[in-house]
Design a protein around this ligand. Structure first.
Ligand SMILES: *Cc1c(COP(=O)(O)O)cnc(C)c1O
Length: 361
């Protein structure tokens, strides 16, 4: 009898209706689709990590509170002493923890559109109603629309990525402050790309009691470790901490992240290299006809062409993988997103794009 039971009878309809987050195969490709830092750690540091791994007591559970790692994060990121830290298996897990905690029957999770797709997806996972407020055509915040939506929907949580993904721009900080002041619930400023932006809401944490700040090590060179963090007033984080699964940060992640955080100069030099390549690529885009590239404070550039899907496919055939955003949102029609890679990778991408634009557009 039980073999006749189908998922449709058991699982929530909104889960059945989801399409899984698609990660395209990238073996042998120039991988410029996922905002990874293209640079490996220096050999000396990798050897130190190898030694750490040799000693690691992997038969034991990791430190559940990751106290030592938190101390290193506090120092490396200059987190104010009176703010607490919550660690996640990537910041994706933190978004999920916040959404789970806030998902009362009529609660709303709000973000802008286009934004990081996981805000919407995780709202669906956790059964909290999602409201996406459109950005302006230039991808800036539509403050009036946002304030109206806040008044109408009374969101429990608002997520704003600063800089925004997939658009790469920083929203006006004054507009964000007005949103924080108007919000009836918490506002999470997601600073996944802070390493490339030279600006932060860290100093505003003490000013706005309903502000929480999210960071990740993923875009700065440690995507494989999966470590994200939330920073904010203890009264919020104490509650969220209850939803964190006991050993969500593995021992390898704890040890390696802590080691690398004692060498932050390595990461900041890599971020500087990425920023200077970003500037070169922007210059390149500016010289090209039939391309509109948007200003970026992140480690990727959003650009618009005439036939995005054709260009995307043709690049893929040349073993260059970027992200096709055409069709994902009306404001992103014919838009593509390229992650800033090494100078070699970027120049291969630019050369290929140039010749494809001559052929196709
Ligand atoms: C990449 C990204 C994240 C997720 O990062 P992880 O820490 O790797 O889970 C969160 N927010 C934004 C805006 C991102 O682009």
């Amino acid at each position: 009898m039980s073999s006749a039971i189908h998922p449709e009878q058991i699982f929530r309809p909104e889960i059945l209706g989801l399409s899984a987050y698609h990660v395209p195969p990238a073996t042998g490709m120039i991988k410029l689709d996922a905002m990874e830092n293209p640079y490996p750690l220096p050999p000396v540091l990798r050897e130190e990590i190898a030694n750490l791994m040799m000693q690691a007591p992997i038969n034991r559970y990791p430190d559940a509170s990751a106290a030592s790692l938190k101390t290193s994060l506090r120092r490396a990121l200059t987190i104010p002493d009176d703010m607490s830290i919550l660690l996640g298996n990537g910041s994706d897990e933190i978004i999920q923890i916040i959404a789970m905690a806030a998902a009362k029957p009529d609660a709303v999770l709000m973000s802008v559109e286009p934004a990081f797709v996981m805000f919407r997806m995780i709202a669906t996972f956790t059964h909290i109603r999602y409201v996406g407020v459109p950005l302006k055509n230039d991808f800036s915040l539509n403050l009036e629309l946002m304030l109206n939506a806040i008044a109408e929907h009374q969101p429990a949580v608002i997520f704003l990525a600063y800089p925004n993904n997939p658009t790469g721009n920083l929203f006006d900080p004054e507009a964000i402050k007005k949103i924080i002041a108007a919000a009836p619930g918490i506002v999470v400023v997601d600073e996944a790309y802070q390493a490339f932006a030279d600006t932060s809401f860290m100093d505003e944490l003490s000013e706005y009691p309903n502000l929480l700040l999210m960071r990740t090590l993923s875009k700065s060179g440690l995507a494989g470790l999966r470590l994200g963090l939330l920073i904010g007033q203890p009264k919020w984080l104490e509650q969220l901490e209850k939803l964190r699964l006991p050993y969500n940060i593995g021992i390898m992640t704890q040890l390696i992240a802590e080691k690398v955080l004692h060498h932050t100069a390595v990461l900041s030099e890599q971020a500087e290299a990425i920023k200077s390549e970003r500037a070169k690529m922007s210059t390149f885009f500016a010289t090209m006809k039939n391309v509109e590239a948007y200003p970026s404070k992140a480690n990727f550039i959003l650009f618009r062409v005439n036939k995005a899907s054709q260009i995307f496919q043709a690049l893929k055939q040349r073993r260059i993988l970027i992200k096709n955003l055409d069709g994902t949102h009306p404001l992103l029609e014919n838009c593509l997103r390229v992650t800033v890679g090494t100078p070699e990778e970027n120049s291969q991408f630019c050369t290929a794009l140039q010749s494809l634009l001559n052929e196709i557009a």
